[in-house]
Design a protein. Structure first.
Length: 165
């Protein structure tokens, strides 16, 4: 039998109460100097790109406006446009750096839809590979991510830096 180690996932699985997030994880406009710690990959004027701390697959990214809003109708044209441009940028970087076979792109609007942070609108882009699901999510409610989040951050941060306007 082969072992597959992903120890950083235990905090999520166990619901680690010792490391609660303070406030909204997406309200970072005024928080500077912590982008690496928070895994922020790109800041724009109206929105930003951040890695998902508990990814569905390697390279799972989130795009959010800085404003704390929950409804699509509340997005300004500039926020919506920048989020869309960031989505295209994310897709291009992920295609080049992690070479997925496809992508899932979407939003979970409302807690009942599965939104972990329902009151701050955000978009997901999830790289997908043929055969990337297995028995672990079905039987153990565990996802196995093959690359450590810090290694993925370094890989993607460099690619985003290369694409600075």
């Amino acid at each position: 039998m082969k072992q597959l180690w992903a120890p950083w996932r235990m905090a999520y699985i166990a619901g680690d109460e010792n490391s609660p997030e303070e406030g909204c994880i997406f309200c970072i406009r005024e928080i500077r100097g912590e982008d690496r710690k928070r895994h922020v990959l790109r800041r724009g004027e109206h929105a930003f790109i951040i890695m998902n701390k508990y990814p569905y697959s390697n390279g799972h990214l989130l795009i959010a406006p800085y404003r704390h809003i929950a409804d699509l109708n509340d997005l300004t044209e500039n926020e919506a446009l920048e989020m869309h441009r960031f989505l295209v940028l994310c897709r291009n970087v992920l295609q080049e750096k992690v070479a997925p076979h496809g992508f899932n792109v979407g939003m979970n609007l409302g807690r009942e839809s599965g939104a972990g942070v329902a009151d701050h609108l955000h978009m997901h882009i999830v790289p997908r590979w043929s055969g990337d699901t297995n028995f672990m999510p079905v039987f153990s409610d565990v996802r196995v991510i093959p690359q450590h989040i810090e290694a993925t951050y370094e890989l993607l941060a460099h690619a985003f830096d290369e694409r600075r306007p």
